[in-house]
Write a protein that binds this ligand. Sequence first.
Ligand code: ADP
Ligand code: MG
Length: 438
Amino acid sequence: MRVLVVGGGGREHALVHSFASSRLATQVFCAPGNAGIAAEADCVDVGGDDLPGLLAFARRERIDLTVIGPETPLVAGIADRFTDDGLLVFGPNARAAQLEGSKLFAKQVMEDAGAPTGRYRRHTTVAGAFADLDEQADYPIVVKADGLAAGKGVLICNDRDEARDAVDACLVEKRFGDAGDAILIEEFLQGSEVSLLALCDGKTVVPMAPAQDYKRIFADDEGPNTGGMGSYCPVPGFGPDVVERVIADRFQPVLDALRRRGVEYRGVLYGGLIVTAQGVKLLEFNCRFGDPETQAILPRLDSDLLELCLAAANGELAGVPVAWKPQQCVTVVMASRGYPATSSKGDVITGLAEAAAEPGVTVYHAGTARKDDHVVTAGGRVLAVSALGNDFAAARDAAYAGIAHIRFDGMQCRPDIAERAVRAEQGRLRLFPAGLAG
Ligand SMILES: Nc1ncnc2c1ncn2[C@@H]1O[C@H](COP(=O)(O)OP(=O)(O)O)[C@@H](O)[C@H]1O
Ligand SMILES: [Mg+2]
């Protein structure tokens, strides 16, 4: 099979790495890829948002399966364009991708499906939103832009003044462009978050192992939000029984609710869950693999990812088994100077081979490029160093042992990734309320 992966970050490197080892793959391409991906796939100089360019390439190169990494091309309808042209694609069509593209649409589908989520109201006018806030007694409260806002469109507000500012930022200042033309004012949910990704073929839902990620730039969850500074998989206390129940009671009904609307969801459905004292609730859906969750999930996968993606794209997931390694995986992201406000390009990176030589370690490239004989930084998040270990303590030690070899000017990484998983597996911390079970 000839496979094309669309995107060029750490997630796409993890996908390419898995596909490159598949017995089904004869050639793997990646558009646009990065310096690390180039070692395992043929990188193509076509941007991930260049739909006509991608389509032309896939046709010319007779690609058998195209796997889409980021959400933007999915929401823009890349799957529809490929399907219309008779090309097989892993990733939802534009209507299905609205689960991520519109938080309001996601809420409506969750309601249809009876899937528990936070209470919310939709607003398009400042007067309406302010009147709503005047009636609010409970803070914090969450103000969300309806559309895609690159992870920046959610504002958690501690009092009415902050909430009014957030409403203004969306509806008046247009900080998120069209994405903020409609907003949701949502109940604040308290609890520990879990990312649960599932492969879907329109009817069947096959869960991946659960993961947790770290959003803030600094240790102890301080500082601004980022695309993600680390992750681990699986999640202590969120066992297969809980996963099965969440799939049966939340994911499957959502897929069924979409089908009732005439929408087939094929691809990865990523549920952002929050485990509250009242049980597991849905925060959001994403329509693609998570970054950096994927870099912690895939090293544990003991099945052929390409076979799974192909089955999902063909509507043939029913009965396909998925096996997991018993080890745990920890992923630590290394970012460049200035991230997340800015990023630094062109800093030479050393120690990559030494890091990859550590037992259990895989170094995924995110924002890297090749310059002469060097690999250099080319974005905010530069690398994701993943390590497998027999427990979280060993996996964490291995990931940081890998990182210890790597150097570049201004590099930033959190020192505390998976600390809580280590404490949880040792019985020193409870991540979830007692009684969370299947
Ligand atoms: N209702 C809520 N209660 C508490 N925290 C929330 C709520 N909604 C969002 N958040 C926080 O904001 C983050 C981003 O929100 P999310 O809905 O996932 O949007 P996006 O990922 O598109 O920015 C979540 O991971 C969570 O930490
Ligand atoms: Mg999110």
